[in-house]
Design a binder for this molecule. Structure first.
Ligand SMILES: [Zn+2]
Length: 89
């Protein structure tokens, strides 16, 4: 990978106006009933409200990764699954 993932100004949070900070995050996607997690995604994260944004090129890379067949060979992580049990009125 090239080194284009250096400092980038994400500007201010569109929800609360706080300045976004660059972080590497985990992003989860549901694809055809399967949960896929992509680690180390560079994103702007709001320290105030937690809003996340990704750059357009990162978004395109994510789309390419999720479309690629190679993620079927991904490391498998097991996650707890619980059922929402309260009745909603
Ligand atoms: Zn915010």
């Amino acid at each position: 990978m090239s080194n284009h993932l250096t400092k980038y100004d994400y500007g201010k949070c569109h929800i609360c106006g706080e300045r976004m900070e660059e972080k590497r995050i985990k992003q989860d996607f549901w694809i055809k009933g399967k949960l896929l997690v992509i680690e180390d995604v560079p994103a702007g994260v709001c320290p105030q409200c937690g809003e996340k944004v990704v750059k357009a090129d990162v978004g395109r890379e994510i789309a390419a990764l999720t479309a690629a067949k190679k993620w079927r060979k991904a490391r498998i992580m097991s996650v707890p699954v619980i059922h929402f049990s309260k009745e909603v009125v």
